[in-house]
Design a protein around this ligand. Sequence first.
Ligand SMILES: O=C(O)CCC(=O)C(=O)O
Length: 344
Amino acid sequence: MEVERVQLIASFCASDAGAIPPEFIRSDHEQPCLTTFLGPAPAIPVIDLAAFDGPEITRAIAEASREWGIFQVVGHGVPEEAMRELQRAGREFFEELPQEEKEKYARKDAGGGAPANGGQEGYGTKLQRELEGKKAWVDFFFHYIAPPSKVNHRIWPVLPATDYRKITEEYAKYVVNLVDRMLTELSKGLELEDQALKEAVGGDSLNLNLKINYYPPCPRPDVALGVVAHTDMSAMTILVPNDVPGLQILKDDLWINVDYVPNAIIVHIGDQIEILSNGIYKSVLHRSTVSKDKVRMSWPVFCSPPGDSVIGPLQQVVNEDNPPKYKAKMFKDYAYCKINKLPQ
Ligand SMILES: O=C(O)CCC(=O)C(=O)O
């Protein structure tokens, strides 16, 4: 099945007086121009991991995860150079490779929704089943970066000017450390053993998937969306954005903009941490808007348990007064329902 890439559609729109195809025009309840809160709003917490001592960091991370389900970290230990190179490599794939070269990396199931496992790596345009026949203004590249047994280097792009593999492996090393640190802090924030959450999400078998989102300029950013509103099915997501703002989160029923903070990394709490903590930590509802004249890009790394891990509220956080709010199920079954928009 032939797939229309948004990057190509965007180039036609630019030369066609700025109209966009009707399937990209969202319903009123989703349009950014009707739903973005423009008044004064609190900014999501920015936590400097290098500035505080232990208990203060734990408190700040746990509070942000309870109140917001999202925060930005600076002083995170990922060198600026590694983040810059990651961005350069992603941009080169989308902007320097001829379209027919890019298509050699197309995902096997490019025409439909992503299966829970198998065939989801590579270059794509649609990740989940889309409701109301609407389309999202984004193309992406998606692949494993950890654990080593899951990584398939054959799907990683080979670029003319950049060593994609070297750069991505370097970045992956830092992300693995950052995720470990976040899981430790979140465990301590629940008064659990340091390794409790890490073990619950599969230990060293935790799956890390890098997605490179490419949002071309859009003539109608007022009515289109990049990624539509969702919570991440992962345990946690570690995201590097470029300097074009666009991420929005729902807070107190208002869609608010997330500020761009240079060299910060955004940490999202995902559904599996919400479930394990029995709802103490919140999986953040978020979406992305697009820009009229700039390319927006983002590099989320989704950190998810192995498919056969059973995830339910940890016994240490439930009791008679606080009974389990979620049923325990295998992650692969959770993912299947989420991707296909079926009840859990
Ligand atoms: O681009 C962003 O900031 C958000 C991306 C996102 O939520 C996703 O790819 O699932």
